[in-house]
Design a protein around this ligand. Structure first.
Ligand code: C2E
Ligand code: CA
Ligand code: CA
Ligand code: CA
Length: 287
């Protein structure tokens, strides 16, 4: 319950207030959904703020449920973390996202290269519990092998809670993942136990500035200075910044003016299902 506004709180309430019976039911449903791979991935574009080029998609999980409709991750990820179900669910997400990226690459890499653009990346969220699981690195290797995608097109989004525990195991795993060639991003930067020293200590290549900071752009000079400062420092360290939750053109313009390279938000596109993402890949490439 970080600096969440009222609206977000309302959004969380159904899961938090769910009674024991309902929670139990949700858990069992989650089990069978995992067994049947009954989830969907949606994809939200990440764009170059200067040119508007599509550079990546973030994969976001959805759970179509008989009675509840399309359940959003805020209602089941926390539950899946508590129970450990996030481990098989997260493995499924990684495999599926990598497979989907292989389809985008087949459709667009040649034309993108001709236009001077690198292949599309896919960003995948990884929770702390999932990351700490002993089999995690192998899951990543398997997703790369079975999809055949270039490791440089896979980005793992880690929250600061993953990096907080600075033990040898974490350090070794981060190095192994970095050596595989995949990208590592710090997600929701600024909301947790933010430390710029993570950028120095780990092979981080991307940093996502949380929406709560973007909301204040143009309204608060302090907020503006903070975002600009983070962008500068990151740039100096060779880390690319992605601004999250851009909803207004003036936010985009301010960010572009301060040199923030990448952005994501409803201004550009909402998360979309697989077929729509594929259609966008083709359009963004051949138009
Ligand atoms: P996140 O990683 O910070 O993802 C961004 C969330 O912000 C997404 O919500 C996205 O739909 C929403 N968003 C994007 N642009 C805007 C905007 O302009 N305005 C507003 N108000 N919202 C915007 P979503 O899809 O409901 O996901 C919520 C969270 O659930 C994610 O936050 C992430 O922490 C978690 N999550 C989603 N998929 C996965 C997954 O496969 N694995 C894990 N471990 N966590 C996931
Ligand atoms: Ca994310
Ligand atoms: Ca985020
Ligand atoms: Ca978030």
């Amino acid at each position: 319950a970080k600096a969440a506004g009222r609206r977000q709180w309302c959004h969380y309430r159904p899961a938090l207030q769910a009674g024991l019976v309902e929670r139990h039911e949700l858990n069992e449903n989650l089990d069978s959904a995992i067994a049947e791979a009954a989830f969907h991935l949606y994809y939200q574009p990440i764009v170059d703020l200067r040119t508007g080029d599509l550079v990546a998609f973030e994969a976001l999980v959805r759970w179509p449920h008989d009675r509840r409709g399309m359940v959003l991750p805020d209602e089941f990820i926390a539950l899946a973390e508590e129970s450990g179900q996030i481990v098989p669910l997260g493995a499924w997400v990684l495999e599926r996202a990598a497979e989907e990226a292989a389809v985008w690459h087949a459709a667009s890499s040649a034309a993108r290269a001709a236009a001077g653009l690198p292949p599309l990346r896919v960003n995948v969220n990884v929770s702390a519990r999932q990351f700490r699981d002993a089999g995690f690195v192998d899951v990543v290797r398997h997703a790369l092998d079975s999809s055949g995608i270039d490791p440089r097109t896979l980005v793992l989004e880690l929250t600061e809670s993953v990096l907080m525990r600075r033990d040898d195991r974490l350090r070794a795993d981060m190095d192994t993942l970095g050596d595989l060639g995949i990208g590592l991003a710090i997600d929701d930067f600024g909301t947790g136990y933010s430390s710029l020293s993570y950028l120095r200590e780990f092979p981080i290549s991307l940093l996502k500035i949380d929406k709560s900071f973007i909301d204040g752009l143009g309204l608060s000079p302090q907020q503006h200075a903070l975002v600009e400062g983070i962008t500068r420092i990151a740039d100096t360290l060779g880390v690319q910044v992605i601004a999250e939750g851009i909803e207004h053109p003036d936010q985009r313009d301010l960010l572009a003016a301060m040199g923030c390279p990448l952005g994501q938000g409803y201004l550009f596109a909402h998360p979309m299902d697989g077929p729509r993402a594929r259609a966008l890949v083709r359009r963004a490439t051949y138009e």
